[in-house]
Each structure stands twice: as structure tokens, then as C-alpha cells.
Write a protein that binds this ligand. Structure first.
Ligand SMILES: C[S@@+](CC[C@H](N)C(=O)[O-])C[C@H]1O[C@@H](n2cnc3c(N)ncnc32)[C@H](O)[C@@H]1O
Length: 290
């Protein structure tokens, strides 16, 4: 597919939805300030997947490097988010590898095969839960973000684990972060039904089944997880940004809800996958020069 090429630091003018092929930090730099009303994203987890592409986030040798890398990306996200905008950030946790050096391929998910695995982070022991979501949340708070809510994504259909010395993990976090003290949040749009049958303010534990996306080999988040985020933090035609677009789930929800999207994805194969899924016109795809 033919792509327009734009090099930072030139800024592009957005007129409609777009998919940017390139590194998140680099691509964010060509976007205009304060264009996005909300950001919904799931960055790669640390040491968990190898997407086999240079520049990928998640393979940093140390945990502090990974956290710093993401803080830098989200600092640039802050520049392109409207002052009254919201960032919804989904991130999962993991255990230290116990200094195992590799992980074997998994037939269903080749990206899970790892030829190198990070060392046990300083201060942690083999078998320790890394606590990555909270480390990242605190680092973002320190970088100026308001941490407004931790939402527990409970997965009723979570995969079994072959462990007998701790409970099976069946949740991830979704953090709600804002740029300012006051922001646009339509609580009415996402109210839920309470035990007495009446509507009430949405609670902070969300039950959402994981959903396999047949065309891809990596972790896509379910549309149902992000629908409430987009409903509560945007209006019709607003822009929603996902700097780690993957298969373009944010784009799919935006299209259904009549929002515009901007997705950034490093891997050209995933860009094509998302473009196909979204029926995107070729003018929508912009390659960002390194
Ligand atoms: C967890 S997946 C996102 C999945 C997405 N939420 C979906 O529903 O399909 C993370 C994505 O980040 C991409 N990625 C890794 N490093 C990147 C970077 N430096 N810049 C932009 N994208 C990157 C990976 O290729 C992968 O597609």
C-alpha cells in the first residue's frame, strides 16, 4: 500500500481519522497540540512479547528503563491531549522470570516466544510479582498526571494457570489519568444498574471477557472494555488517540460511536491488519520517517 511520508518535526494537519506507521514517541511529535479529547491505549507489557521489530517497547533490559520509556511517551501524549482530556491506560503485570533465559514458542501465540528475558529487577526476588501497573501509575503521577481512578478489569473467562501456590491471576488494571483537575467526564453515559435495579454511578470493577481476535497473534483488548471509556470522555466527532494501535480496536469502537481516531503502530504488518479491519482509505495511512 502506498503511504504518504512525513518527517518530524513537521506537524501534520488532521482532517479525519488517521493511522501513523512508526515509533510512538516519534509519531506523536508530528501531531498537533491538544487535538485529542481522550487517549485509550495498552502499551506492550515488559518482557512478555517479542513483536520482532526494531524500536519496540517492552524489551528494555531493566524495569526502570521500561517505565522511563513509557513516561516519555505519555509526556508527549500530554502535549497532544486537550487540557480537559482523559487518558485511559491498560497495563498488565507479571512475575519475575526467576532468571529463566527464554520462553518457548506457544502455538497459538508466537509473540510469546522470547529468546531473551530480562533479569530479575533490582530489589525483587525470583517469583515476585513485579507490580508494574502501580510503578507506572506512580511514575506518571510524579510526571504531573492526575491519577483519578484504578479500574480493575476482571476477566471472568481468564485462562487457567498451572500454579498451585497462589491464586490464578484474572485481572488487569485500567488507569484513568487526567491532565487537569477539571476535565470532561459524562458519568451519565456509563451508569450501571445496581442490585436494587436502579441506575447508579459506575463502579471501579468491570467484568469483561477477553476476546481472541482471529487475525492477530498478540494481546488485543476487548471492545467492551474500552466502550465505556470512549462514551464517558468524548462527544460525537471528537478525536481519540491510541499510540499503541495494534489491530486497531480503538478505531473499531470509534467508528461505531462516530468518533474520529488516530492510531500509531510500529509494526507495518499490524498497520495493514488494522487498516483492513477499519476499511481505511490509503490516504489515512501516514508513514513517519525515522
Ligand atoms: C498490547 S498491543 C496493543 C493491542 C491493541 N490495543 C489492540 O486491541 O489490538 C501493543 C502494540 O504496541 C506496538 N508497539 C511496540 N513498540 C512500539 C513503539 N515503539 N511504537 C508504537 N507501537 C509499538 C506493538 O507492535 C503492538 O501492536
Amino acid at each position: 500500500m502506498k503511504r504518504n511520508t512525513v518527517s518530524p518535526p513537521s506537524r501534520i494537519k488532521l482532517t479525519d481519522s488517521a493511522i501513523l506507521e512508526g515509533d510512538a514517541l516519534n509519531a506523536l511529535r508530528i501531531l498537533p497540540p491538544r487535538f485529542a479529547q481522550c487517549v485509550v491505549t495498552s502499551p506492550p507489557y515488559w518482557g512478555l512479547r517479542d513483536y520482532h521489530i526494531d524500536g519496540q517497547i517492552g524489551l528494555e533490559p531493566t524495569l526502570p528503563q521500561f517505565i522511563n520509556h513509557l513516561v516519555a511517551v505519555f509526556n508527549e501524549v500530554k502535549r497532544v491531549l486537550r487540557d480537559d482530556g482523559i487518558l485511559w491506560l491498560n497495563i498488565g503485570d507479571g512475575y519475575t522470570s526467576g532468571n529463566r533465559r527464554y520462553r518457548a514458542a506457544d502455538k497459538k501465540n508466537p509473540a510469546r516466544a522470547m529468546t531473551t528475558r530480562p533479569d530479575t529487577p533490582d530489589g525483587l526476588k525470583p517469583k515476585d510479582l513485579q507490580g508494574i501497573p502501580w510503578r507506572l501509575a506512580f511514575a506518571l503521577q510524579e510526571d504531573g498526571w492526575y491519577l483519578r481512578s484504578d479500574i480493575v478489569w476482571n476477566k471472568p473467562n481468564a485462562m487457567p494457570e498451572s500454579v498451585k501456590d497462589r491464586p490464578t491471576r484474572s485481572h488487569e488494571y485500567l488507569f484513568m489519568l487526567t491532565k487537569s483537575k477539571q476535565y470532561y467526564y459524562d458519568y451519565d453515559a456509563i451508569r450501571e444498574t445496581g442490585l436494587d435495579g436502579r441506575y447508579r454511578n459506575r463502579r471501579s470493577v468491570w467484568d469483561v471477557n477477553t476476546q481472541a481476535f482471529s487475525d492477530s497473534h498478540f494481546a488485543t483488548f476487548p471492545a467492551k472494555l474500552i466502550e465505556p471509556c470512549i462514551a464517558a470522555s468524548t462527544r460525537k466527532d471528537d478525536y481519540v488517540l491510541d499510540p499503541f494501535f495494534g489491530s486497531g480496536t480503538v478505531g473499531v469502537v470509534c467508528t461505531h460511536k462516530h468518533r474520529r481516531y488516530v492510531g500509531i503502530e510500529l509494526n507495518p504488518d499490524y498497520v495493514l491488519l488494522a487498516a483492513k479491519r477499519l476499511n481505511a482509505a490509503k490516504e489515512e495511512i501516514i508513514k513517519v520517517a525515522v
